[in-house]
Design a protein around this ligand. Structure first.
Ligand code: ADP
Ligand code: MG
Length: 793
């Protein structure tokens, strides 16, 4: 029983190849007792032996078995902290909360580093970070000399950066060992498919040992629904929770969890399809109320109707709607964007005399283990962003999850005692789920990754040892976009077909590309930053790029109302917010910058008001987004200054509005970055089918796309525009639209143009067949000091 091995024995058991010192850790007795219950402790010796003898080790164990919190401690105690022990997490939440947890367990400073913040010092021994942060560090120091061990955690999530890190580290580790600076790689994963890592000879020539940690898992009884609600499954979740709360005894540390998104949960309630029987309505004071928009989204605290006749379906026993449990429900939201203090609440006991109910997204699936959950309600859905590689159209879709994920969700119920999982779908539907979720890298555009890799001088990205490779088309598309942005050298246009083909997939990076790679934003936006110095536009370009990078800066105006009273308030609010946006968009010249001008106006106005939650609330801005924009502006300013130190830009958070001249320049800069997102309004005489009315044509789509009604340019309908992205909801809508002038196209986007005779077409024309723009050079081009800045490094 190695659980019983004392520290003294550990020292004596050491083999010569083990690092020389054993570093004692001062843990409190309670912590020590809790640790000993974790299954991973039983494997400490096996793990450390494998680490001693192999450069790479895979550790595989059920969530909650103690991998994340304990393995760094094993390494620390065994003397591996001569340099930093680094642990990567795909989610910021996990990096922050795990560093705090380990610090508490060890009575030691444990650091974290996420995109905008961190507390790393020169004394840091253990460091949690997001996978993106480590990737950036590899760019600065390929050998990662400040680290003695890298642990890639949550590898089963298959996040893009995690996948690339594993690919890179499979090369870095042997290199370090060859140079006499040994380094260890640990890959940790939940008990999901590890063969992608271990049986991939491209990755590891000798497969790394896999250590399985047996979890002490209590049995979980699975209850399938007889029927599967297709529409109002959130209502079903809600009803099920109410039923469990009324009829079933609480657990040791009462908890219920649903894998469901907050928004859906709330919407279900708003549609009045569910009733909230007998949950103490006043007790929602127990619900955390704070200023952040997202936090409020999670609330389910409003008045509820009685007597909905929703049929539960699987349970013949009729529900006694008048049942009255004496314990109030303590409802806690849990999702990635939630502030860390709010998230930490799920780890604390619920207030005395209440029963906790955690409403969680799939962050609770594996990243965070909430203690004491007895019932899990699983709607079986997952909300994912879909991206069509051919058309570039994005959409959020709710789809069925995978069997592996569903089982993972169910497992959350059996951590401390036997539990129950209520699946709100039938066993036949479960049988149709795919076995595993797809790796993210196969589902999204990869131009940012390709640029990062080229910056690491990995020219032939096709040959890179990805655990799962992105498709060849995705790689070609990325390479083409980067060439047209000027980040990669153009491949030769003549030569043997095969050689040209090869060259097209191994274009080396340009100096501009290197500058772009150093900006922590997508390549299209990085291009804008690289051009931003002109006409003193940089502060504005930085603000616009920051605003485009955060998910959504405005509050959702389409929120459905609960009651008539609320409905009229909502209409008033919507009118006011629309008016506000119009004000920010300005008039004349500035209006043509469109939605990007609205973003700029919003950021400017918010900063003048001191970026307070109150200002954001009153003006329909997401406070959290505005805080993130402020940080990102600082970070981007530093990044630009690092590339061109002689410029020494100083970004005052309180910027003055741009001049008309600068707005024109900004529109050109935006065009240079979003050149492949050009759309032309369909002329009245061309409209044969009514669906083309007010529609726009893009080079790649056969169907029209539209300007969204909330856009600043909805009424203006300029002839040529560029858009940030196309989102498919009820129609294909363009988001983030700016107007551009036709005569700029041949000058700023010659790479996309086919030049013809001036007589042929009076105005640029988008050819669907070739995906190019047909036009002629005009002499009236209005050039605002347009030139590439010096970006040589
Ligand atoms: P794994 O990485 O294998 O999923 P962890 O190391 O994250 O497991 O968790 C081990 C245990 O530590 C779990 O039982 C979990 O509930 C507990 N734990 C993790 N973080 C905290 C925290 N902040 N507060 C209290 N307990 C925690
Ligand atoms: Mg973990």
């Amino acid at each position: 029983q190695n659980e019983k091995i004392s520290d003294q024995e550990k020292v004596e058991n050491k083999t010569p190849s083990q690092p020389a010192v054993f570093i004692p850790v001062d843990r409190s007795p309670e912590i020590q007792e809790a640790r000993l219950k974790l299954p991973v402790l039983a494997e400490e010796q096996v793990i450390m032996e494998a680490v001693r003898e192999n450069p790479c080790v895979v550790i595989c164990g059920e969530t909650g078995s103690g991998k994340t919190t304990q393995v760094p401690q094993f390494l620390y105690e065994a003397g591996y902290a001569s340099e930093i022990i680094g642990i990567t997490e795909p989610r910021r939440v996990a990096a922050v909360s795990m560093s705090h947890r380990v610090a508490k367990e060890m009575n030691l400073v444990v650091s974290y580093q996420i995109r905008y913040e961190g507390n790393v010092t020169s004394d840091t021994k253990i460091k949690f970070m997001t996978d993106g942060v480590l990737l950036k560090e590899i760019q600065k120091d390929f050998l990662l000399q400040r680290y003695s061990v890298i642990i890639i955690d949550e590898a089963h999530e298959r996040s893009v950066y995690t996948d690339i890190l594993i690919g890179l580290l499979s090369r870095i580790v042997p290199l370090r060992n060859k140079k006499g600076m040994p380094m260890k790689l640990l890959v940790m994963s939940a008990t999901l498919r590890v063969e992608d890592f271990t049986d991939n000879t491209k990755l590891f020539r000798t497969p790394p040992p896999v250590i399985k940690v047996d979890a002490r898992q209590f049995p979980v009884t699975i209850h399938f629904n007889k029927r599967t609600p297709m529409e109002d499954y959130t209502g079903e979740v809600f009803h099920k929770i109410c039923k469990i709360h009324r009829m079933l005894p609480p657990g040791e540390d009462e908890d219920e969890e649903t894998s469901e998104t907050m928004r859906k949960f709330k919407k279900a309630k708003q549609k009045k399809t569910v009733s909230l029987p007998r949950i103490d309505l006043d007790n929602y004071s127990a619900l955390p109320v704070d200023e952040g928009d997202e936090d409020r989204e999670a609330g389910i605290g409003d008045e509820e109707d009685e007597g909905s006749d929703l049929d539960i379906g699987d349970d013949p026993a009729s529900i006694e709607e008048k049942a009255d449990p004496s314990i109030p429900l303590y409802v806690l939201p849990l999702y990635s964007l939630l502030a860390p203090e709010q998230q930490a609440k799920v780890f604390r006991p619920s207030p005395h005399g209440t029963r906790a109910c955690v409403v969680a997204t799939n962050v609770a699936e594996t990243s965070l283990t909430i203690p004491g959950i007895k019932y899990v309600v699983d709607c079986g859905r997952v909300k994912k962003r879909f991206y069509d590689r051919v058309t570039g159209v994005s959409s959020f879709r709710v789809t069925w999850t995978s069997q592996a994920s569903a089982n993972q969700r169910a497992g959350r119920a059996g951590r401390t005692e036997p539990g129950h999982c209520y699946r709100l779908y039938s066993s036949a539907v479960f049988g149709d789920f795919s076995l595993f979720s797809e790796a993210e890298i196969t589902r999204r555009p990869v131009e940012d990754l390709v640029l990062q890799m080229k910056d690491l001088n990995i020219d032939k990205v096709v040959n890179f040892p990805f655990p799962t490779s992105p498709s060849a088309e995705a790689l070609v598309a990325a390479e083409q976009l980067l060439v047209s942005l000027g980040a990669l050298k153009e491949p030769p246009r003549t030569g043997r077909v095969k050689e040209m083909e090869q060259a097209r997939l191994s274009c080396p990076i340009t100096p501009l590309g290197r500058a772009m790679a150093s900006f922590p934003v997508a390549p299209r936006y990085a291009k804008m930053l690289a051009l931003g110095r002109q006409q003193d536009c940089l502060p504005y370009v930085i603000a616009v790029v920051a605003a485009m990078t955060v998910r959504e800066i405005f509050e959702d105006l389409d929120r459905p109302a609960c009651s008539e009273d609320e409905s009229s308030k909502l209409i008033q609010r919507r009118a006011r917010l629309t008016q506000m946006r119009r004000l920010w968009a300005g008039q004349g010249a500035s209006l043509l910058l469109g939605d990007l001008m609205v973003m700029l106006g919003a950021v400017g106005a918010c900063e003048f008001a001191g970026c307070t939650p109150k200002f954001c609330e009153e003006n329909g801005l997401r406070y959290k987004a505005m805080v993130e924009i402020r940080r990102l502006r600082g970070q981007l300013t530093n990044a630009v200054n690092a590339v061109c130190p002689e410029v020494g830009v100083f970004v005052n958070p309180k910027m003055t509005p741009p001049t008309e001249h600068q707005v024109v320049c900004l529109r050109q800069i935006v065009l240079a970055g979003l050149g492949d997102h050009l759309a032309r309004r369909v002329q009245a005489e061309d409209i044969l089918d009514p669906k083309w009315k007010n529609g726009y044509k893009t080079p790649l789509l056969d169907d029209p796309v539209y300007i969204h009604p909330t856009s600043a340019l909805f009424k203006t309908l300029p002839d040529f525009i560029v858009y940030q992205e196309i989102m498919e909801t009820t129609k294909m809508y363009m988001r983030g639209v700016s107007a551009i002038e036709a005569e700029w196209i041949p000058e700023l986007l010659p790479q996309y143009c086919h030049f013809g005779s001036p007589l042929e077409s009076p105005s640029p024309w988008l050819c669907s067949s070739t995906g190019t723009i047909k036009c002629h050079r005009s002499s009236t081009f209005f050039r605002v000091g347009w030139q590439l800045p010096a970006v040589e490094m």
